[in-house]
Design a protein around this ligand. Structure first.
Ligand code: HEM
Ligand code: HEM
Length: 339
């Protein structure tokens, strides 16, 4: 009952690969964004890794993935509700590719300009070995999650009547699967403005390199807002640290509402639930004939999604204190200033 690539296989594969690529990014991104609150020095290092050539190349791939997946996702949604248009599936798949190229052009142009300006200014570049080493903890979290999922799956198998011989797979008609089918479509539509707004702010109108620009006006905060002593939200990144950048945005109150926190909560909830349920679709497609593996990957997606929602929500509920910004300033000096 869900989209299974009835049209050209390439567009189905591309939708799948781009979805998986974005899930992987979100997994790293939500955890390291939380370090702005829980581990300011770790956040400084994570953003330094984002500002290295490996991630710069990866970001072009990420933007392609988000744009293609969004446009193709919208095509799937339209086709689901307008079966009379199915005869144009193949053409529509090509329109999506063409649309992706058109939308990508201004993104790539502005991102490219920013990257050239940055790399020709003799910047500090985190060595690739450090960039790769910084990703190791994520592998650790994945392994721990996978082991936990396997243990729970084994218990489930031994507790089930038949000793795990069969498992209810592909219950397409069940009410929970109907819920997820609708959720994937509704969340997909809601994610479009949120994720494009976020990318525009972090990537295009202001690039990832500006996260650490000292005395720089922060995007999303109007100039000249009164300084709030607790949150420091005057809209200027005086310290030039990525931690102050996040503290200012999350601390900025618009009519008493921390709008960027509200925005990020919505983004977090929709993206994590959509992405991890999508991951479940993919992984269960390849494990449906093995009950233990099927249960393991289902548990893994549940554990991973819930853990990520918790980490992201706790960070959003936390406060970045001024001394966290001082710690970040010292770490930035040590790292970027070479001492
Ligand atoms: C390389 C491109 C990106 C950069 C530089 C970036 C940067 C940031 C920054 C600085 C924050 C901190 C909060 C804020 O200032 O609003 C943040 C939060 C967040 N971003 Fe991104 N972002 C990028 C791409 C994405 C994409 C593609 C997604 C989703 C598909 C995403 C999802 C989120 C979420 C869910 C949060 C909140 C995290 C939390 O609750 O801890 N970001 N991002
Ligand atoms: C930008 C707006 C987005 C739209 C319009 C969209 C739309 C869709 C649609 C319609 C599906 C098919 C659902 C089904 O099979 O029933 C889907 C699947 C999927 N989406 Fe998205 N999505 C969006 C963003 C995202 C994001 C940000 C992520 C990652 C965090 C993601 C990850 C996935 C994955 C992994 C799948 C499963 C792919 C498969 O089964 O082959 N999507 N998406």
């Amino acid at each position: 009952m869900r989209y299974r690539g009835a049209i050209g296989q390439w567009s189905w594969v591309l939708h799948r690969l781009t979805g998986l690529g974005v899930v992987l990014f979100v997994f790293l991104h939500v955890i390291d964004t939380s370090w702005a609150v829980f581990d300011p020095e770790g956040y400084v290092e994570a953003i330094a890794a984002y500002q290295s050539p490996l991630f710069t190349i990866g970001e072009f791939g990420l933007v392609f993935a988000v744009i293609y997946h969004a446009l193709n996702g919208l095509r799937i949604i339209v086709m689901d509700f307008r079966p009379d248009l199915w005869k144009y599936q193949q053409q529509a798949a090509y329109y999506v590719l063409g649309g992706t190229v058109i939308v990508l052009m201004p993104f790539f142009f502005l991102m490219g300009q920013d990257a050239i300006a940055h790399y020709t200014s003799d910047p500090f570049v985190l060595p690739i070995t450090d960039v790769l080493a910084a990703q190791l903890p994520f592998l650790g979290y994945f392994v721990v999650g996978a082991i936990a999922a396997l243990i729970v799956a084994s218990l489930q198998s031994s507790l089930s009547d038949n000793g795990g011989g069969t498992v209810q797979v592909g219950k397409a008609g069940s009410s929970s699967e109907k819920f997820w089918w609708s959720f994937m479509r509704i969340s997909g539509i809601l994610i479009v403005p949120l994720v494009f707004g976020h990318l525009a702010m972090m990537h295009v109108l202001q690039g990832v390199f500006e996260l650490t620009a000292a005395n720089h006006q922060i995007i999303g905060i109007p100039q000249g807002v009164p300084v709030d002593v607790v949150t420091l939200a005057n809209g200027i990144n005086e310290s030039g640290t990525s931690v102050e950048f996040v503290a200012e945005r999350w601390g900025f109150l618009w009519n008493g509402i921390a709008i960027w926190k509200v925005y990020d909560i919505a983004l977090l909830a929709l993206v994590v639930m959509h992405g991890f349920n999508g991951l479940r679709y993919v992984l269960t497609d390849y494990t449906s004939d093995n009950p233990l593996l099927y249960r393991t990957v289902t548990n893994l997606c549940l554990v991973g999604g819930v853990a990520l929602l918790l980490v992201g929500a706790l960070a959003l509920l936390g406060t970045i204190e001024p001394d966290a910004i001082e710690m970040a300033a010292e770490a930035t000096m040590k790292l970027y200033g070479g001492g």
